[in-house]
Design a protein around this ligand. Structure first.
Ligand code: KIV
Ligand code: ZN
Length: 502
């Protein structure tokens, strides 16, 4: 069995998704969970891209132990140096530098000749090598490149000291047969390739990223790059959880062994979804809410007789524990703590007390509290665990033509205040009333509402993305059986975060 190195780029390529901006605390929280999951390399960001990204990478490098911390850099000397400045404190630092190699990128984007590209690639690797021994070179848009040029660039960058070479399908254009064939060709034809780790990096524009990655592994790659939940540019990157579980279920047929704790997959997926505000589709493989649900009578009958009739993965393997008790308003603190621990949330003391209060509030609204409700409850994290801004009451009156008036009461640093506003529909009225209460200028960038769990008392889970004044994007989440209250909670949650930052 060959060791398969898992390279997570949720915080770099994943963060490049439309509408995702993470602050340093959020990136640190995801990094800690990636270590629990057991990824080998965390690509923490692109330090030269902004001071904020530099600082996030630096803090992750300073804190994270037990995984390589990698920074991305263009093949430009200043970028490479800046990248090193950010990662040099890491226990295991890596610079990931590179340049595009396909004709369309070289001629039309870089406006360079192939010889200039080759020169820049070699110079960047040499510069990175001055700082650190672990240097990965990426040949952007490798799949659409001329093979002989690709081979030259890889040979020269290996000679210059690259320890890992990354062969991306940057635009998700490949199909599995072609991508596997390219990786096989590289393994056979590039001089010096046996001295380095070959890495694969696929995008999902044709929905093939997982299949292409598996084809690349089968053809000899020993490092796979991707993101949690497959988030990333356009249609996203390879979903690491899908590749890992495909290898796991195929039991040795790929001839590789990743060092991943699969029981952390569900918790990692939920954390990334909560922090990025990008929901996981219900039918998403491995981590979707319906991935282990059996709806039809024939399937339910089969699974009850023998789980493997319709289930290829035991949900417990990916961290979804079997549910043995149903929680309700009669359940005690101990039962809640026990179930939350099974779901991956270890709470004690004051944190448990706050969660229990919120659980009782929810259980009063619903007869039975399911696991999905608990995940939603934990996803609606109170800011600083305390009530700097607590929503106390929301009342809405609507009158024809979508006009609505909302009266909102909040506890703001211990003082209970109420205000009202009119709006274009109840949600708009509630948001305006909250803005009046806090006296701040808010730009709503995105608002979404989805239903969680089952039954007519299903929870509404609202997500808002806002900017407060000149702030970056702030994500707030709120849940309630009343969708207007859920929306109000999400808005208040985002504004509480904004207050905590300033
Ligand atoms: O898709 C790609 O080519 C990339 C590189 C920067 C590694 O993300
Ligand atoms: Zn990419």
């Amino acid at each position: 069995m060959r060791r398969l190195y898992v390279f997570d780029t949720t915080l770099r390529d994943g963060e490049q998704s439309l509408g995702i901006t993470l602050n340093v605390h959020e990136k640190l929280e995801i990094s800690r969970q990636l270590v629990r999951l057991g990824v080998d390399i965390i690509e923490a960001g692109f330090p030269a891209s902004s001071p904020g990204d530099f600082e996030s990478v630096r803090q992750i490098a300073a804190e994270i132990k037990g995984a390589v911390v990698c920074g991305l850099s263009r093949a430009v000397e200043e970028d490479v140096d800046r990248c090193w400045e950010a990662i040099k404190v890491a226990e295991q630092p890596r610079i990931h530098t590179g340049i595009a190699v396909s004709p369309v990128h070289v001629d039309k984007k870089l406006l360079m000749t192939p010889e200039q590209v080759l020169e820049a690639a070699v110079a960047a690797v040499k510069r990175a090598k001055k700082h650190v021994s672990d240097v990965e070179f990426y040949a952007e848009d490798a799949f659409r490149s001329d093979r002989h040029f690709l081979a030259r660039v890889l040979e020269e960058t290996i000679k210059a000291g690259a320890t890992v070479v990354n062969i991306p399908d940057t635009v998700g254009y490949a199909t599995p047969w072609e991508y596997g064939e390219l990786i096989g060709w590289v393994m056979e034809n590039v001089k010096g390739i046996e001295r380095v780790i070959v890495s694969i990096h696929c995008h999902n524009d044709l929905g093939m990223a997982t299949a292409n990655s598996l084809a690349g592994i089968k053809a000899g790659a020993s490092q796979v790059e991707g993101t949690i939940n497959g988030i990333g540019e356009r249609a996203g990157n390879t979903s690491l959880e899908e590749v890992i579980m495909a290898i796991y279920t195929q039991k040795g047929r790929y001839g590789v062994q990743p060092s991943i704790d699969t029981r952390e997959i569900a918790a990692t997926s939920r954390l990334v979804s909560r922090i990025t505000g990008v929901p996981v589709p219900a039918h998403k493989a491995i981590v979707g809410a319906n991935a282990f649900m059996h709806a039809s009578g024939i399937h339910q009958d089969g699974v009850l007789k023998e789980r493997t009739t319709y289930e290829i993965i035991d949900p417990e393997v990916v961290g979804i524990p079997k549910n043995k008790i149903v929680l309700s308003a009669r359940s005690g603190r101990h039962a809640l703590r026990h179930r939350l621990a099974e779901l991956g949330y270890e709470l004690e003391g004051e944190e448990l007390g706050i969660a229990y209060e919120r659980f009782l509030h929810l259980a009063d609204q619903k007869q039975e509290v399911y696991d999905e409700d608990l995940h939603a409850l934990m996803g609606e994290k109170p800011v600083n665990g305390s009530g700097r801004l607590v929503l106390k009451n929301v009342a809405v009156a609507t009158s024809g033509q979508s006009q609505a008036t909302a009266t909102v009461t909040v506890d703001l640093d211990g003082t209970v205040i109420t205000d009202a506003a009119c709006g274009n529909g109840p949600v708009d009225a509630v948001f305006k009333a909250i803005e009046r209460l806090l006296g701040c200028k808010v730009t709503l960038e995105d608002y979404s509402l989805r239903s969680v769990s089952r039954g007519k008392e299903a929870l509404g889970d609202a997500t808002v993305k806002v900017r407060v004044g000149e702030s970056g994007l702030i994500i707030g989440r709120g849940i309630s059986t009343d969708v207007i209250e859920a929306s109000a909670r999400a808005y208040a949650n985002a504004l509480a975060k904004a207050r905590a930052i300033h």
